[in-house]
Each structure stands twice: as structure tokens, then as C-alpha cells.
Design a protein around this ligand. Structure first.
Ligand code: SF4
Ligand code: SF4
Length: 284
């Protein structure tokens, strides 16, 4: 299950639960119903067809996610884009021709296909086949991962066919990691160290800057020391963007009150960068 947007391909399904997730619609591996109040004309047709009584016309319309069985009947009758299906399963033989449409562009620009998410390694067998197929066509491949995977499976199914691995490092303190992502960080850091041993030139650690959570001096200094200790020479900082919050609301997910509704100021980003002056920073 995924959302296609070549050259980046977003997988649905993730084994972490980061409270700041920028793509909250990519956490659940199944397809979801998104509600977009700006595109709803309040015709009420969805209420009439919903057999579970999950939809209530209010201001704005509300979907009781506990009652919704994702039958999709409301999607069929919505006259506009008020309700949208999020996620679609692409068999690999259907996906490859879509990705190959941009092959000339990849060749000219030096780009390629990036597997993102959600967490691509949540679908290890699928991405293994996809990456191998893309390499057969001579396409550069990249993967963005949260690092929470079984090393032996990753090594056997993914490593040889991923040209670039963008690896998230969120919180240095394991208890903090558990609190904000749902998992401790031991496995992630072990995988990062192993990857850097195997493919030092092809790994870019990425640090999401979440105000009050990851973007604290204490956490960034700890991550900076950790990366230096692992011999990292370049890493990437990902400044906070609150667009994930409205995406969460569109699929009925609660937003943690600690999360800021504002993008970071250039000064805030700069003070985070100061801590990583030793590294060759690349912004994506
Ligand atoms: S997907 Fe089905 S159950 Fe869910 S709100 Fe729509 S019609 Fe109701
Ligand atoms: S069918 Fe679509 S436009 Fe009509 S009330 Fe439902 S969401 Fe809004």
C-alpha cells in the first residue's frame, strides 16, 4: 500500500509512532479516508450512504473513525474532493512503468527514485523486488528509513540495491526516544553503526528538528557527538514543518499539544546548525 509521487514513492505503514510525523497518513498500512473541509459542499450524500452511521453533518462534517469500516461507499458519492481515498496498492509490474516514465529526466538531472514513507523497510520483500528492478533499468535508488529494522533482513534484501540511504536519527536518549516515537533507539543506533561500517559513503544521517523535542541543545549535542564518534562527515538537518498537523486532522488523528503550529525561524535553524559545524550539512 503506497502513495505514488515519482520520483519519491511514499509507503504506507510504519513501526514507529513519532508524535510529530510529517506524513501521518503513511503510518497505517491500509488505505484511509481523508476528509478535507475546504472541499466539502455539505451536500450530505455521504451521510445517506454510510451504513455504519459513522458520518455526522456538523460544522465541519465529522467521521467517527471507530465506527468507519473503510467500505469506501462515501467516496463513491462525494461530488467533489471532500472525501479522498489515501493509499493504493501498486503491483510492481504496474509501478515500474510509472517510474520509468521519468527515466530521461533522471538521466539528465542525475536523479533517481527515492523510497520514503511511512517506513519502506516495513515492506522489506516488496522494496527488495522494486529496488532490484530499478537497478536493472540503471536507475539510481535511494531509501529514507527510520532505521528500525532487522539487520539481517535488510542486508539480504535491500542493502545491495540501495545506492543512497538516508537514515533518521531523532533522539539520543533512549527513554526520550521511547516516549516520543513509541520505541527505544538501541536497534536503530546499532543499525546505523553497522551501515556506516559497510557503506560509509552512501549513508546520510538526517536529524528532524522538532521544537522542544529533538531540537534541544542537549539532544543535538548528544547526536552530534554520537555521529562524530561513528566517523560521520556529512549529515542533514530537517527543519520542522507543521503541515503534518493538518494532515493528521484530515484523517481524524489527535495532534499532541506540545507541537508547534509555526515553521522554524531562520535564527532557530541557524542555532541548531551551529552544533553541527563540523559536518558537511546538506538540506533536502
Ligand atoms: S468508508 Fe464506509 S463506513 Fe467509513 S465513513 Fe465512508 S461510508 Fe461510512
Ligand atoms: S459527500 Fe462530500 S461534499 Fe457531500 S457532505 Fe460528504 S464530504 Fe461533503
Amino acid at each position: 500500500m503506497a502513495q505514488a509521487s515519482a520520483p519519491r514513492f511514499f509507503f504506507k505503514g510504519c513501526n514507529l509512532r513519532c508524535i510529530w510525523c510529517q506524513n501521518p497518513e503513511s503510518i497505517d498500512p491500509s488505505y484511509e479516508i481523508g476528509f478535507y473541509s475546504g472541499d466539502c459542499i455539505e451536500c450530505g450524500d455521504c451521510v445517506k450512504v454510510c451504513k455504519t452511521g459513522a458520518i455526522q453533518i456538523d460544522n465541519p462534517l465529522k467521521i467517527d473513525r471507530g465506527k468507519c469500516d473503510r467500505c469506501g461507499d462515501c467516496l463513491e458519492v462525494c461530488p467533489g474532493m471532500g472525501l479522498r481515498k489515501i493509499g493504493h496498492f501498486y503491483p510492481i509490474e504496474e509501478l515500474i512503468p510509472i517510474l520509468l516514465r521519468d527515466k530521461v529526466f533522471y538521466e539528465v538531472s542525475g536523479g533517481g527514485v527515492t523510497l520514503s514513507g511511512g517506513e519502506p523497510t516495513f515492506h522489506m520483500g516488496y522494496i527488495s523486488s522494486l529496488l532490484q528492478e530499478l537497478k536493472m533499468w540503471g536507475i539510481h535508488t535511494a531509501i529514507q528509513t527510520n532505521g528500525f529494522f532487522e539487520w539481517s533482513e535488510f542486508e539480504a534484501k535491500v542493502l545491495n540495491w540501495a545506492d543512497l540511504i538516508m537514515f533518521d536519527v531523532k533522539l539520543a536518549d533512549s527513554k526520550g526516544h521511547l516516549k516520543y516515537t513509541g520505541q527505544e533507539n538501541h536497534l536503530i543506533l546499532k543499525n546505523l553503526a553497522r551501515l556506516l561500517e559497510e557503506r560509509p559513503k552512501d549513508v546520510i544521517p538526517r536529524i528532524p528538528l522538532i521544537p522542544g523535542i529533538t531540537a534541544t541543545t542537549q539532544n543535538l549535542q548528544a547526536i552530534s557527538e554520537l555521529l562524530q564518534g561513528l566517523g560521520v562527515t556529512k549529515c542533514s538537518l530537517l527543519p520542522y514543518n507543521p503541515t503534518g498537523l493538518s494532515k493528521a486532522e484530515n484523517i481524524g488523528k489527535a495532534v499532541a499539544p506540545i507541537l508547534s503550529r509555526h515553521i522554524m525561524t531562520p535564527e532557530e535553524v541557524k542555532s541548531c546548525k551551529q552544533i553541527f559545524l563540523w559536518a558537511d550539512l546538506i538540506e533536502f
